[in-house]
Ligand binder design. Structure first.
Ligand code: HEC
Length: 96
């Protein structure tokens, strides 16, 4: 016979399984550093930002741009490590 606490525990863990996959490091970096201009889905275009879903830049070009900045886009070379730039660029490439 299961007691109340065990039933609750089962319900809670079942709900946990049903949840979406946790955000990747790149997604978290994007939310923290890029979303305010580019928006959650890359389309916001605030402060003259370009629509990332329409960008033709590949990973190499994006890495350069994010590291060095361009126009009103700030440089992240001092804020993010090269590995973090790589992660956030990889995430930005998933926005389509
Ligand atoms: C302060 C606003 C702002 C923030 C924050 C910002 N961007 Fe941008 N982004 C811009 C602007 C403005 C441009 C257009 C630059 C230009 O061409 O002069 C741009 C352009 C880009 C482009 C090129 C799109 C294309 O093909 O034209 C990419 C890729 C990009 N940003 C990625 C990122 C990523 C990744 C981050 C976070 C690490 C980020 N941006 C954070 C404003 C921002």
């Amino acid at each position: 016979m299961m007691d109340y606490k065990k039933v609750m525990l089962l319900l809670v863990s079942a709900a946990g399984v049903a949840q979406a996959a946790p955000p990747t490091p790149g997604q978290l970096l994007y939310q923290k550093n890029c979303q305010r201009c580019h928006g959650k889905d890359g389309r916001l275009g605030l402060n003259g930002a370009h629509d990332l879903t329409k960008s033709n830049l590949n990973a190499f070009g994006r890495t350069y741009l994010v590291t060095s900045g361009m126009g009103k886009m700030p440089a992240f070379g001092k804020v993010l490590t090269p590995a973090q730039v790589q992660q956030v660029v990889a995430y930005s490439l998933t926005l389509k």
